[in-house]
Every structure is written in C-alpha cells, then in structure tokens.
Design a protein around this ligand. Structure first.
Ligand SMILES: CC(=O)SCCNC(=O)CCNC(=O)[C@H](O)C(C)(C)COP(=O)(O)OP(=O)(O)OC[C@H]1O[C@@H](n2cnc3c(N)ncnc32)[C@H](O)[C@@H]1OP(=O)(O)O
Length: 431
C-alpha cells in the first residue's frame, strides 16, 4: 500500500505560481529509473557534487525511494526531463524534551539549478512542503541547512547547535574512567542491524535527534557508493561489562607520508547509549598509536570530552554551529508533545506571516512536566515570531539572546525558565 505522504497530490498553490513563470511542479515517480536518475543527478549538481556513477544512482534509487520526491521542470529547455528545482521529504520522529517524540516532516535536497536561481522557485517549493506537512497532520517540519541565511524567511529557526573538535592526541592525556567493557573491531555487514538499533536508542534519548532512515543510519557505518574513502572506514564496537552492545565509533585515518607517527584520525560517527560507552570510545580514538590529531564533528555543545582529558586546552572546539532548524506548524500539538522541567504558565503571542502557527496560546505546565496548550484572548506575556519559538522549543538557551536582539518582546526570563532544559538539544547527523 502506498503511504499517504507519497501519494498526496502536488501542492496546487505552488503549482499555479510556478505555472505562471512557465515552470511545472511535479512529483517524481521513483519507480521510473530514468526520471529518478535525472532528479538525483540534478540534486547532486545543485550541491556541486560530482555526477553520480551508475552504481551510485542505483544505490540512491534504492535507498531514497521512501522519500516524497518533487521536481520543478522547465519544459522549454533542451533537456526538459532534468529538473531545475529539487526537494524531497519524509516523516520521522523528532525527539523532544522528556524525552518524547513528535512526528515531523523532514525536508532535504532543496536545490535550484544555477541557471534558474532567484526566480522564486524555492519560494514556491518551501511553503508547499509546509502545507504538505500540515495536510499530513504533522506539527513540526525540520531540516539541516547548507547556509544559515535561507530558511528563516519561511519561519524556521535554529533549534539545536553542534560542535566540531580537534584533539591533540599526544598531549590531551586521558583522565576519564577506565574502560570496563570490551572494544572490538567489526564490519558494516555484520554490525549493521546492531548499529541501527544503537542509533535508534541513542537518538530517542536526546532532544533534537531524529529517527534515522536506513539510508541515514547506514552512512554512519559504511560510505555511500562512490565516496572517496570507501576502503578506509574502520568500525569498533563497545559492549558493556554484561556483554550488551552500548555504542560504536566509525573512523578513518589519514597517514602523514613524511612522519609515521603523525596520522590524523577523523571520527565519522561516535554513537553511545551510555556514558561509559561514550568515554570508552573517546579514549580508544585519543590513545590510538601513530595518531597525533583526532577530529570529530556534529557533537553536542555539552560534549563531556574536556572533562575526560588532563589538558583541557588540547581538546579544542573548532566550530559551534547552528545545526537543526525546526518550523512549528501546530503550536498546541508541538508544545504539548514535550515535557517541561519547571511548572509555570505563559501566554505566548506567536507571529507567523505564513499563517500556520499564528495566534495567542496559553502554555500551562504542571509539576509533572506535562503542559496543556490552549488558544486564549488573555494578554500575552511574551510575543515572538514563529522562528524564535522554534529556537527555544527543544530547550536551547536562546531566549535571552533573542530578547537582547529585540526579536522577542515581554518576559524573556519566564520564557527561558519554562522552555530551557538542563541538557541542551543536539543533533548528531545531517539529513
Ligand atoms: C534543506 C536543504 O536542502 S539545505 C540546501 C539548500 N540548497 C543549497 O544550498 C544549494 C545551492 N543553492 C540553491 O540551490 C538555491 O540558491 C536555493 C535553493 C538556496 C534558493 O533557491 P532560489 O529559487 O534561487 O530562491 P528564491 O528565488 O525563491 O529566493 C527566495 C529568497 O531567498 C533568498 N535567497 C536565496 N538563496 C539564498 C542564499 N543562499 N542566501 C541568502 N538568501 C538567499 C533570495 O534572495 C530571496 O529573497 P527575497 O525573498 O528577500 O527576495
């Protein structure tokens, strides 16, 4: 049976506005190899990636078939079957404070051909995706972004930040806990099911993480067809003292031809369902012989690594960056899905120029952390645009900064007290 999100008709409003510009919006039949290959090639071109090989296209057709795949076509160009705009999307659980989960609409592969940019194609596609999410009853949309300047205009706000690290492995010095479980090499074919289960368990426990499709999960263990470092992936699993799998690290090592002791280890993914696994896997990569530098990315902003090494300055954060962007479409459903660490009541006036989340809402959180969210005509305590609501939604400490920037009015301290969580949200993958 076809999933409703795959069979839902194309958005009329976007189709009409594109038609006025001589363009055609269409769902791609992912069972039609030629049409899907043309879309996948246009997507790669849009991100300046190399043209996928036939083997890479075959793999992507298989792995991305589950996504709703949309193209914008210019029937007046010499190669009209190659889309000039691409986007795909699919439903997935987003972990919210509690932890709980809210069904979300994940959006990816937003590209417009350089030949057709700045003519309003993205302006037609993005609101269409939001209306599709609403039609499916999904209260939140989410994406990870190439540029942070693009999505605010459609009501998205940065909701979780990530960090990148460079560690001077020789001088950092391990002072974290001793490893009590067992480390061992594995391979993607033998570990993939266990790895997927570990990712699902890890991601369900942390606000900001999303449920990963097999395509996204498997990339943490095995590179996609055509990736240059396909033969260099190593996977080490960590099993706790009782033998249960608790995490894994996938990494590559680049040698320095002039100095055997100066290799660089890049962490592809470090997945841990327990603090012990996180510590053991960090220790493993930091203490690797012949490696002088360890690099890792998309880690949490509260990554405990600095507390696990003797010389805190040898574990450097090289980047802190907005990572997960969310878009709230249904305020009561989104806000009731999460839990609150402090009881309290606030009336929020939400401004949404696109009209999805506009309104005034009373958020009343009890001492059990459960909130009821209802429309009200009472005077607001806080007035804010929908993108700012997204920035506090998952618990990030954003309220004071948004108030300082004049982007929220009213009692920002009360907003912070109600929405902020002790553990900040995080997202450890790209989608
Ligand atoms: C979730 C993801 O997939 S993230 C990936 C996003 N895609 C990329 O980075 C690939 C390269 N870039 C592109 O393909 C295109 O430039 C897109 C998709 C970002 C924009 O597509 P376009 O059709 O050119 O955008 P459109 O013409 O609708 O412009 C909409 C508005 O966004 C602005 N805008 C578009 N791109 C950018 C940008 N990169 N940075 C800042 N503003 C931008 C436009 O100026 C316009 O502003 P206005 O409404 O104030 O006039």
């Amino acid at each position: 049976m076809t999933e409703p999100y795959l069979s839902l008709p194309i958005d009329d409003q976007a189709a009409a506005s594109l038609r006025d510009s001589g363009l055609r919006l269409a769902l791609v039949d992912t069972a039609d190899d030629d049409a899907f290959d043309a879309w996948l090639s246009a997507d790669a071109r849009g991100f300046h990636s190399k043209q996928p090989s036939p083997a890479a296209l075959a793999q992507q057709r298989e792995l991305l078939r589950h996504r709703r795949t949309t193209g914008v076509y210019d029937d007046n160009i010499p190669v009209p079957h190659s889309p000039v705009g691409t986007v795909n999307s699919w439903p997935a659980p987003l972990t919210v404070p509690g932890p709980g989960q809210v069904d979300s609409w994940l959006i990816s592969s937003v590209t417009v051909a350089p030949t057709h940019r700045r003519r309003g194609i993205a302006t037609a596609m993005l609101p269409a995706e939001l209306r599709t999410a609403v039609a499916l009853g999904l209260p939140v949309a989410a994406l990870t972004v190439s540029e942070s300047t693009i999505y605010g205009r459609w009501g998205f706000g940065p909701s979780a930040f990530s960090t990148a690290w460079t560690i001077d492995a020789r001088r950092a010095g391990w002072i974290g806990p001793a490893t009590r479980g067992r480390l061992s090499f594995t391979t993607a074919p033998e570990f993939i099911e266990t790895g997927r289960a570990l990712l699902a368990r890890q991601n369900a426990a942390h606000a900001g993480e999303v449920g990963l499709s097999e395509y996204l999960a498997d990339r943490t263990m095995t590179p996609l067809e055509g990736a240059p470092d396909a033969s260099t992936y190593r996977i080490v699993r960590y099993d706790g003292p009782d033998g249960d799998p608790e995490g894994f690290v996938t990494y590559t090592i680049t040698e320095d031809d002039s100095d055997f002791t100066n290799a660089t280890l890049d962490v592809v993914a470090l997945v841990a369902t327990t603090d012990a696994a996180n510590a053991a896997l960090w220790r493993y990569v930091i203490e690797m012989d012949l490696v002088s530098t360890v690099r890792a990315h998309t880690r949490a902003v509260d990554e405990p690594l600095p507390w696990l090494v003797r010389d805190i300055r040898r574990a450097k954060v090289t980047k802190v960056q907005d990572h997960l962007w969310t878009r709230i479409l249904d305020v009561p459903a989104a806000l009731e899905a999460r839990r609150y660490e402090n009881a309290g009541t606030l009336v929020l006036e939400v401004d949404d120029p696109l009209g999805f989340a506009d309104g005034r809402f009373r958020v009343a959180a009890g001492s059990d952390g459960v909130a009821s969210v209802t429309e009200t005509t009472d005077a607001p305590d806080v007035s804010l645009p929908v993108g700012a609501l997204a920035s506090v939604y998952l618990g990030a400490p954003a309220a004071a900064g948004l108030a300082a920037a004049g982007r929220i009015d009213g009692d920002a301290v009360a907003l912070d007290r109600l929405f902020r969580t002790a553990v900040p949200p995080r997202l450890s993958s790209w989608f």
